[in-house]
Design a binder for this molecule. Structure first.
Ligand SMILES: C[S@@+](CC[C@H](N)C(=O)[O-])C[C@H]1O[C@@H](n2cnc3c(N)ncnc32)[C@H](O)[C@@H]1O
Length: 330
């Protein structure tokens, strides 16, 4: 009797092997491309391999020529005999190893933002301020090759640094950069998403509305609760709905399989992520307030009524000596 399980498995394997699949990732290090040199001590150097150049570290130096054309994942040694591992840079490596003139948006927040803004290849996304270009890298990575990032910055020094960073990581061709304040508005209309990383995003919601397509996505990242409160008030005034306030905490682990436990310290706070969608027919903007918000408003109204009732009672306007009338809790 034929072994049908074995023949099924063989048929499946032959199908899998014939799937047309070609990885777009390089398998060897290449001249004029970025590579990570990872040390045993946890350091990661992002360098562009240039023929004839030398890379100096406190572990010794490395001739670029000796690093070009090797399979990624190869261990190489400095002239002092210290080893480093050659790795393809991840998106996180690109974001965290750029030159910084400002605080940048870290990978944990950038990754979630890409989801909240629902970005995909082909999208048109607007961002301000550019800062050092940390988030711009994540946005361009998400919308390339068919999409585009339009990024606005007021400071010339930040603009120049972000431009150099984007050029270095090979994403400048997917980005349009403007030295212009959000206050003046954006040059684009019909954008799929707008993201603000400025101190007062609450002041720029008219500009956001004017640039977004109907149904488009808005988000901002702000470090303090005071800014969140100002932004929430402005979002309500300007008829945004589907409002969310979120914060991400990321915990790293000590990689010891026999004694797996979190690192002793962690980054306590980066920022609050506020996201919302514009309502295009704001006839009754209050309708889309969150249930918590509506319940709180009802409670405030109740407390005001109860206070007024008590004041009337004490002034003798109700039957003296009556027990205060209990108002129903909302
Ligand atoms: C925190 S940084 C942005 C960091 C950036 N998201 C990153 O990941 O590298 C804020 C930037 O917004 C810029 N900025 C402040 N007000 C602005 C405005 N009204 N229009 C455009 N950019 C502005 C600042 O100059 C600064 O570079």
């Amino acid at each position: 009797m034929p072994n049908t399980l074995a023949t099924d498995a063989a048929a499946r394997r032959s199908q899998e092997e014939t799937l047309p699949w070609v990885s777009t990732h390089p398998v060897t290090t290449q001249a004029n491309k970025l590579v990570i040199l990872a040390t045993g001590g946890g350091k990661r150097y992002l360098i562009t391999l240039r023929p004839g150049q030398v890379f100096h570290t406190n572990l010794g130096h490395f001739q670029h020529d000796d690093l070009i054309g090797l399979p990624l994942g190869t261990t190489v040694h400095s002239q002092l005999g210290n080893p480093v591992l050659l790795l393809e840079p991840s998106l996180s490596d690109l974001i965290t190893r750029i030159k910084r003139n400002t605080q940048i948006i870290f990978p944990k927040d950038a990754a979630y933002l890409v989801h909240k803004l629902s970005l995909r290849n082909g999208d048109q996304v607007i961002e301000a301020g550019t800062g050092s270009g940390g988030l711009t890298i994540a946005l361009a990575w998400a919308v390339a090759p068919a999409g585009r990032v339009y990024t606005y910055e007021v400071r010339d020094d930040n603009y120049q640094i972000a431009r150099a960073n984007l050029e270095r990581v090979g994403l400048l061709e997917n980005v349009s950069m403007y030295m212009q304040s959000v206050a003046e508005g954006f040059r684009q209309q019909g954008a799929d998403a707008v993201f603000l990383d400025v101190r007062t995003p609450n002041l720029f919601l008219d500009q956001v509305r004017a640039a977004l397509r109907p149904g488009g996505f808005f988000a901002a990242l702000i470090p303090t609760t005071n800014q969140v409160i100002d932004l929430l008030a402005a979002l309500e005034r300007k008829s945004f709905a589907d409002i969310a306030v979120e914060e991400l905490l990321l915990r790293q682990y000590k990689v010891v399989p026999d004694r797996l436990r979190p690192d002793d310290s962690m980054v306590g706070h980066t920022g609050y992520l506020v996201s919302a969608r514009p309502v295009v027919d704001p006839t009754d903007p209050g309708r889309w307030l969150s249930e918590d918000r509506k319940r709180y408003a009802a409670r405030l109204e109740f407390e005001e009524k109860a206070l007024a009732e008590e004041e009337r009672r004490q002034a003798g306007n109700t039957d003296a000596g009556d027990r205060p009338r209990r108002l129903p809790l909302p």
